[in-house]
Design a protein around this ligand. Structure first.
Ligand SMILES: [Fe+2]
Length: 202
């Protein structure tokens, strides 16, 4: 179960609405490497993890990604609230507005709606951890690309925080992969006892 704290993991306080930026930043909610897919990926993968440490890590990171999803939604909301039709017309956000008004809806910057394939849960510890390492780097790249497009310091600040967390998650998944490899290798031991070798080589 989860307990909800009525605050964001990191503050989002955007003074100036900007529909163009909202159209880009929504990708970290509903895009292929966004926070919705990340949270559901880790919270789904944990059921087939054989080691308690890795299961716990997936629960921790999956939960944190939910908090990131909440930050992205807050950013999109703050960037689009109180806009007039005139401010929306002629911007890339106009297409989104026609379908969703200013409701927060999971789509990519390219307007493709969120897809279940982004979860990528395969049921194999090595496969899933490699998926997770790549996912964190893809999310980091997406934050890098967003940061390139943004000038507003109110928007840059939470984006930089979120980018840093992806690096931290990458490190932790790397540790989990190392622990997993060590555990799997524990079964591969070598003996200098000739009778044992004879037994193994029969
Ligand atoms: Fe992450």
């Amino acid at each position: 179960m989860w307990q909800y704290e009525k605050k964001l993991q990191y503050p989002v306080k955007i003074a100036n609405p900007n529909p163009k930026l909202a159209q880009l930043i929504i990708t970290q909610y509903g895009g292929p490497d966004g926070e919705l897919g990340a949270s559901l990926r880790y919270l789904s993968q944990r059921y087939s993890m054989p080691y308690a440490e890795v299961k716990g890590l997936l629960t921790d990171i999956g939960t944190e990604e939910l908090a990131h999803l909440e930050m992205i939604c807050a950013m999109v909301h703050q960037l689009t609230r109180n806009l007039s039709e005139e401010e929306i017309k002629g911007t890339p956000f106009a297409n989104y507005f026609v379908d969703h008004t200013t409701g927060v809806y999971p789509v990519a910057a390219s307007s493709v709606p969120w897809r279940a394939e982004y979860i990528a849960s395969k049921g194999d510890i090595i496969t899933d951890l490699h998926e997770d390492l790549a996912a964190e780097q893809k999310a980091r790249t997406t934050y890098d690309n967003l940061i390139r497009m943004v000038d507003d310091p109110d928007v840059l600040d939470p984006l930089r925080f979120l980018r840093q967390r992806e690096l931290n998650h990458y490190q932790r998944f790397g540790e989990a992969l190392r622990l997993t490899s060590d555990r799997l290798n524990e079964k591969n031991f070598y003996s200098f006892n000739p009778s044992f070798d004879k037994h193994c080589n029969k």
